[in-house]
Structures are given as C-alpha cells and as structure tokens.
Design a protein around this ligand. Structure first.
Ligand code: NAG
Ligand code: NAG
Ligand code: NAG
Ligand code: NAG
Length: 268
C-alpha cells in the first residue's frame, strides 16, 4: 500500500471516530439518499428502516457496508441492480468516510454533480455504468485524486473527456465505452487503457482509437497546395511533351540510335 493511501486511511479513521456527530451524519446521508432516489421495487423502502435506531443498525441495510460492524460509518454504498431511478443521489457529502460508490445497472438519469469532488472527495471507486446519466463528464472528477476505478460506460455522456483527467494518476480501471463522447483521449488514459474502454463513442479519437481527423483549418492550405501542385505538374508535363516531341522530330538522331526506329520516326 502506498504511503499516502495509508495516510488517507488513518485520516479517515481519525476523522470519523474522534467526531461524535459523524454517526448522525452517516444516518443523515442514507436518509437523504433514500429520499432523493426513486425506488419502484421498494428495495430501499423495505430494507432501510430508520425507526429501529440501534447501534450500527445502518450497517445491515441493503447495499451498505460499514468500516466496522459496531459503528454506523459507511465505507461503501453498493446499490447496483436495484431498479433505482431519478437523479444522482443527494446528501452523499454526509457519508464522510465513504470510499466506494456503486450505482451501476440502474435507471439513474441527469448529470453528475459539477461539485462531485466536494461531495465524495475520498472515493477510490466510482461505478456509474449502465445507467442513463447525461450531460458532460465534470472536470471536477479530476480533483478526486484517490480514484482507482472510474466506470462510466453505457450512459449518455456528451462532450470531451476532460483533459485534466491526466491528473488521475492512480487509475487502474477506466471505462467510458458506449456513450456519446467526442474529441481526443487524454494522454494518460491513452497509454494505460485499451481501445475497448473507449469503444462505442462516435466522436472519440486518437490513441488507442483511430487518429483524430485534421481540423478544417489545417486542411485548407494543404488542399490548395496540392491543387496548385497538380496544375503546375500537368502544365509542366504538357510543355515537356510538346518540347520533347518537337525536339525528337527535328533532331531524331539525338534520341534514337537504331536505324529501324529512325525510319519509323521520319515516316511520322
Ligand atoms: C431492531 O433491530 C434489532 C436488530 O436487528 C432486532 O433484533 C429488533 O427486533 C428490532 N426491533 C424492532 C422493533 O424492529
Ligand atoms: C471542483 O472541485 C474543487 C475542489 O474539490 C472545488 O473547490 C470546486 O468548487 C469544484 N467546482 C465546482 C464547479 O463545484
Ligand atoms: C453541490 O451542489 C449542490 C447543488 O448545486 C448543492 O446542493 C450541494 O450542497 C453542493 N455540495 C457541496 C458539498 O458543496
Ligand atoms: C482541483 O483541481 C484543479 C486542477 O484540475 C486544481 O487546480 C485545484 O487546485 C484543485 N482543487 C483542490 C481543492 O484540490
């Protein structure tokens, strides 16, 4: 484990165990998530019961994993495949020690909050894959410096992958396949991840995908030059041909050595 990861863990441990209101915060976080999310199958409604307020009761909720079984402190929120709908859940900033967030395979929609790095700054893993999230991928994710895993595939994200993602040096998994993204792939990602992690986006280009098309601005002068070149060379070829023909006609001995060929030339 890297030194600063250890430091982060230590920080998170101290952060929450020394502050007596942190448990209240984590409960508030889950209440807010439950309220802001549409839950047609009633999974959270039935499992997330805030009435029975015993020690570490939230740790038995569906999808909630705590740092310690006796402490109401959320380590991971894994809400994949529960048929959830609606916008990106609200109130996650109150889960102050959370490191993993998985919302994959649901029907979430709308944008990722532009201030996501303030909401969940210590995430090491963020999985939003297989939803209908839309809008652009916020540059703010580049401030989530502990991210190891960022899964955004199969959504409806538009625009470019922020160039600042070159700052996410810890990424070991990254996927944006099957979105509506365009533009060049940031160099760090291009070096680390294979084409399949970028596939299914009409406009994404550059390594490891096909080269980006040259912009129109760059095209024009090249085309004009080629055009000129073509004209010049065809004029040149025509002039050359005429000169050559005339020269050959009047001075055939300079060009042809064989007698038989000379006869043929003279006959013309
Ligand atoms: C509260 O939760 C505890 C532990 O899960 C359980 O034993 C108890 O029966 C619950 N009480 C009520 C009133 O639901
Ligand atoms: C992006 O992240 C930084 C640092 O986490 C924060 O200060 C800033 O307000 C965020 N940007 C937006 C648009 O919220
Ligand atoms: C992030 O932005 C939303 C809406 O703009 C706001 O309600 C929320 O309090 C912000 N979160 C933080 C941690 O600043
Ligand atoms: C957020 O990231 C930007 C660069 O993307 C950086 O300039 C800024 O200082 C960061 N903010 C925080 C609070 O880390």
């Amino acid at each position: 484990m890297a030194d600063d990861t250890k430091f982060l863990l230590l920080f998170l441990l101290l952060n929450s165990s020394t502050l007596c209101f942190s448990t209240e915060q984590d409960i508030q976080c889950l209440k807010s998530v439950q309220q802001s999310v549409t839950d047609p199958n009633g999974v959270l409604k039935s499992s997330w019961n805030f009435e029975n307020n015993t020690v570490a009761f939230i740790c038995r909720f569906t999808g909630v994993e705590c740092w310690h079984p006796d402490e109401d402190r959320v380590l991971s929120l894994r809400l994949g495949n529960l048929g959830l709908e609606g916008p990106f859940p609200r109130g996650l900033q109150y889960c102050t020690s959370m490191m993993n967030l998985d919302l994959s395979n649901n029907n979430f929609e709308g944008p990722i909050p532009a201030n996501i790095s303030r909401e969940v700054p210590y995430l090491t893993s963020l999985d939003l894959s297989y939803n209908s999230f839309s809008g652009s991928i916020p540059q703010n994710i580049s401030n989530m410096t502990y991210l190891n895993v960022l899964s955004l595939q199969h959504n409806q994200f538009i625009g470019e992958i922020p160039r600042k993602f070159n700052l996410l040096t810890r990424l070991s998994e990254f996927n944006v396949a099957e979105n509506l993204l365009s533009g060049p792939i940031p160099s760090l990602l291009a070096v680390r991840f294979s084409a399949s992690n970028f596939a299914g986006n009409q406009g994404l280009c550059g390594s490891p995908l096909d080269d980006c098309p040259p912009s129109k601005r760059r095209w024009r002068p090249v085309r004009i030059r080629l055009h000129k070149l073509n004209n010049q060379s065809s004029i040149g070829a025509a002039v050359g041909f005429v000169v050559g023909f005339v020269a050959a006609f009047y001075f055939p001995h300079c060009f042809v050595c064989s007698e038989r060929l000379r006869a043929y030339v003279v006959r013309i």
